[in-house]
Write a protein that binds this ligand. Structure first.
Ligand code: PBG
Length: 323
């Protein structure tokens, strides 16, 4: 009780603050997303995501090298194919844009850990994450395509696959397919608690993956739900997920914390496109201090319990942390 207890004693100087600091953001925590587009010599800046680009395979390898040189351990790849159809055939073609990118990056930057996003929405003409019949997104028939996609990523040399489609049973289906094809050593990071969020808006522009009708509410989670996230995570762990992800991050810190406190496997959080765009826009207006805000946001995600953070800020953060 005051005056005996004076918490300010431990805040007096930066040196003592460093000694009692509870959470440390490190470059080792970060995963950088890359958007790979079909074609050659392409580098389109994404208007709503300054500093992020759609890059063709020949260009993305330079970016991957930069990421590696900054000390960031991993990238996650998203593809923008030349051609989209009802069955997302370019998602699981061995000549697909992601499959080519994996090989090219592994060739030039072999030490960089490559995670691939396993989903159909970037490859379907209708922009949904599954097979469509009428207005319905079919669950079980979609699993087969996801299996093919994951196996083709592994065959191209991916180190880890990350299913983001939110179909029921997809982790087990992918685990079975990988094991059967000789990839039992490839881990699965599941987007376990993925919410139907407006924060994905800029990504859908970047990946040209906005649904052409309806929305994703019949498969992604309802944002007001908290207990349901534990159920989704539990199911994915039972099905064989090695790492579970919460997405988005900033508006879902309670979910990250719940997952951290209830399970003992690594927890990832996706600091998504809309979260990035808000910071970039306000910083361009001169309304916020971009560096301080970014570090505060990412540190809060870590403090909530995330071990791994997927973030478009990763390269900036790696530079800031070096100094
Ligand atoms: C694919 C996928 C999405 C994101 C990651 N994987 C978009 C979506 O579900 O609509 C969003 C990432 C971001 O906003 O940064 N299903």
């Amino acid at each position: 009780m005051f005056p005996v207890h004076r918490p300010r004693r431990l805040r007096a100087k930066e040196s003592i603050r460093r000694l009692v600091r509870e959470t440390h953001l490190r470059v080792d925590d970060l995963i950088y997303p890359l958007f790979v587009i079909a074609g050659k010599n392409i580098r389109n800046e994404i208007p709503s995501m300054p500093g992020c680009y759609q890059e063709s395979v020949d260009v993305v390898i330079k970016n991957a090298k930069e990421v590696y040189d900054l000390g960031i351990p991993a990238v996650i790849l998203f593809g923008i194919p030349e051609h989209k159809d009802e069955l997302a055939s370019h998602a699981y073609s061995d000549e697909g844009v992601i499959q080519q990118a994996i090989k090219a990056i592994k060739d030039k930057v072999p030490e960089l850990y490559i995670i691939t996003d396993v989903c159909l929405c970037e490859y379907t003409s209708h922009g949904h994450c599954g097979i469509v019949r009428g207005n319905e997104i079919l669950n079980d028939p979609t699993l087969e395509l996801l299996q093919k996609e994951a196996v083709s990523h592994a065959r191209a040399g991916a180190d880890m696959v990350a299913p983001s489609d939110m179909m029921d049973g997809r982790v087990k289906a992918i685990r079975d397919a990988l094991d059967k094809e000789g990839f039992s050593h490839i881990p699965i990071m599941s987007y376990a608690a993925k919410y139907a969020s407006a924060f994905y808006g800029p990504f859908r522009e970047a990946a040209q993956s906005a649904p052409q009708f309806g929305d994703r509410h019949s498969y992604q989670m309802d944002p007001p739900n908290r207990r349901e996230a534990l159920r989704e995570v539990r199911l994915d762990i039972e099905e064989g997920a090695d790492i579970v992800m919460v997405k988005p991050a900033l508006s879902y810190l309670d979910i990250i914390s719940d997952v951290r406190n209830n399970f003992d496997i690594p927890v990832a959080a996706y600091n998504v496109s809309g979260e990035y765009s808000l910071v970039k826009a306000a910083s361009r207006m001169g309304w916020i201090d971009e560096k301080r805000i970014t570090l505060e946001i990412l540190t809060s995600i870590k403090r909530a319990g995330a071990d791994l953070i997927l973030t478009y800020h990763a390269k900036d953060v790696a530079r800031w942390l070096q100094k």
